[in-house]
Design a protein around this ligand. Structure first.
Ligand code: GMT
Length: 382
């Protein structure tokens, strides 16, 4: 198939999933065209089946806000027509689903019928999409999509709850490349960071309010009050400076390393004992899946779709949002030497269920259904 993928090209979860999906589809023989305003971060190599088309947004003094959506829709029309796309797959509803609707209408006027598949990732529904400023456009463009997927049952439920959706929504969870995300021998790194056998806790995120990084620090301080431990923080974002100050105020800053944005996150996960995800909301929790694939159990909240991944008592534990005391207790339990190997093995086994080879065929089937429905709808009348 010839597949167009539209996504945010940044480090965000939806962009990572879209890019990894495109790479996996290319390996399975499809031709994949990325249509984004920058080269996606994980797409920095040559592959004969992968193409990148940059959306250029001309500006003009009149534009306080450059019309990205118009430039994107125009690019989708250009690529769909000239590369003969079979399907357009847009990741994150705002503004990709409405831009795709616009492109579809323009193509239709030119006698070209191409189905649009929209994947909802999380905050496009739970946070931003619900806002009255966007809701009518989000509802309309989801209903106009030929296929709609969410990354968890919980996100599907929320989409039906908050929007008037007339479409069937299919759940296709996040997936993981197990050959990249696996425990690697990085013991020299561990010896440098935790020379006295301290337990290593880890958190990766974009340091936004929804991630509750403050709870990460408080859970860590609770653990460190009982056993020797260190905390590694990967990522960056608006809350980072405040968190650095909080670490000093809590007097645990000497045992915390802020590593910033790091591409080879699997190397740090390989030496970690426990992943913390105390998020306020998380439609799936891709960062937790990456940790589990590297044999790192997870102490998290039970928000959103997290319990569909992190099985409490098996791969770690889930608690109510903000229940730091319980998360400290759970972390200490998982980290006990007689418990840790069992949790590590279970985390990896659970991650294996989300292997790329298990999930990508679900997207292929979704595309095939959308293409079949579109061509049935536009059969010439005899
Ligand atoms: O807010 C983020 O974490 C980024 C966001 C995105 O769309 O880029 O991530 C969401 O999509 C990921 C991939 O499907 C999910 O694994 C994350 O759970 C989800 N984040 C939230 O729901 C907060």
């Amino acid at each position: 198939m010839n597949i167009g993928i539209v996504c945010y090209p940044t480090f965000g979860g939806s962009g990572v999933v879209a890019t990894e999906l495109g790479k996996a589809l290319a390996q399975r023989g499809h031709r994949v065209h990325f249509i984004t305003y920058n080269q996606p971060v994980r797409l920095d190599f040559f592959n004969e089946n992968l193409f990148y088309h940059e959306v250029y947004i001309p500006t003009y003094p009149l534009f306080q806000f450059p019309p990205y959506e118009s430039a994107l829709a125009s690019k989708m029309v250009d690529i769909a027509q000239n590369e003969k796309l079979d399907v357009l797959h847009v990741h994150y509803a705002i503004p990709h689903a409405s831009a795709a609707f616009m492109a579809k209408q323009i193509l239709r006027a030119r006698g070209i019928h191409i189905p649009v598949v929209t994947t909802l990732h999380g905050t496009d529904i739970t946070l931003v999409g619900k806002d009255a400023s966007y809701e009518p456009v989000v509802t309309f463009s989801i209903n106009q999509s030929d296929g709609v997927t969410t990354v968890s049952e919980d996100l599907r439920r929320e989409t039906y709850e908050y929007f008037s959706i007339e479409k069937d929504i299919e759940v296709i969870p996040n997936f993981i490349d197990l050959s990249r995300f696996r425990k690697q021998d990085k013991n020299h790194f561990r010896a440098a960071i935790a020379p006295d056998g301290e337990k290593l806790l880890i958190h990766t995120s974009n340091f936004r309010a929804v991630k509750r990084v403050e709870d990460v620090l408080r859970i860590f301080c609770g653990v460190r009050a009982v056993i020797p431990a260190k905390l590694l923080l990967i990522g960056d974002g608006p809350d980072r400076t405040r968190m650095e100050k909080l670490a000093r105020d809590l007097d645990c800053h000497r045992d915390i390393r802020f590593l910033g944005k790091l591409e080879a996150v699997e190397e740090v996960l390989s030496v970690s004992d426990l992943f913390l995800m105390p998020s306020e909301n998380e439609s799936f929790g891709l960062a937790a899946l990456e940790a589990m694939a590297c044999e790192v159990p997870v102490v998290s909240t039970n928000a959103g779709g997290i319990p569909e991944l992190n099985v409490t008592g098996v791969t770690g534990f889930t608690s109510n949002i903000g229940d730091v005391d319980e998360m400290v207790k759970n972390a200490l339990y998982v980290l006990e030497d007689e418990n840790l190997p069992r949790f590590k093995a279970a985390a990896r086994a659970r991650a294996e269920e989300f292997a790329v080879g298990n999930i990508v065929p679900l997207y292929e089937a979704c595309y095939e259904r959308a293409v079949a429905a579109c061509s049935a709808a536009f059969q010439p009348v005899r």
